[in-house]
Design a protein around this ligand. Structure first.
Ligand SMILES: [Zn+2]
Length: 135
């Protein structure tokens, strides 16, 4: 996973970024999972059921619904994404605690000047990865 090349759809990223910025007006986060299909990572949006601002919760039923709608295989989930309405696109302590080991974390920042970033978790630590966008 760590050594693999990661690419995502430019259109999908732009749509996700737009949704994140709209949610950020109410200090809400958006979230979803990353699904690997061949060499591409798909962003599958999942309903955020957190009752609190600036947080996200992915429940099993919501994930199941989202995966069925996307027609993708749950076994191919390799990570998750969420937005940071205010903070920089770096995984928080909570993000790392909530992530699986050897897991990808994509963070969609909403604040001007910050760029979308991809991270890889390993034994409670994380490392920033490069990714490319494709049509
Ligand atoms: Zn976070």
């Amino acid at each position: 996973m760590y050594n693999r090349r990661h690419s995502m759809s430019r259109v999908s990223l732009a749509k996700t970024h737009k949704r994140a910025k709209i949610a950020a007006h109410r200090l809400n986060e958006i979230c979803g999972v990353l699904v690997r299909e061949h060499k591409r990572l798909h962003l599958v949006p999942v309903k955020n059921v957190s009752p609190y601002m600036l947080s996200f919760i992915i429940t099993r039923p919501c994930l199941k619904t989202a995966m069925a709608a996307a027609n993708l295989n749950s076994n191919d989930i390799v990570g998750a994404y969420h937005s940071h309405p205010l903070s920089e696109p770096v995984p928080s302590e909570g993000d790392l605690k909530g992530a699986r080991n050897r897991w990808l974390i994509l963070i969609i920042p909403c604040y001007k000047g910050y760029k979308i970033s991809l991270w890889y978790t390993c034994n409670g630590k994380c490392k920033k990865l490069h990714f490319s966008t494709i049509v």
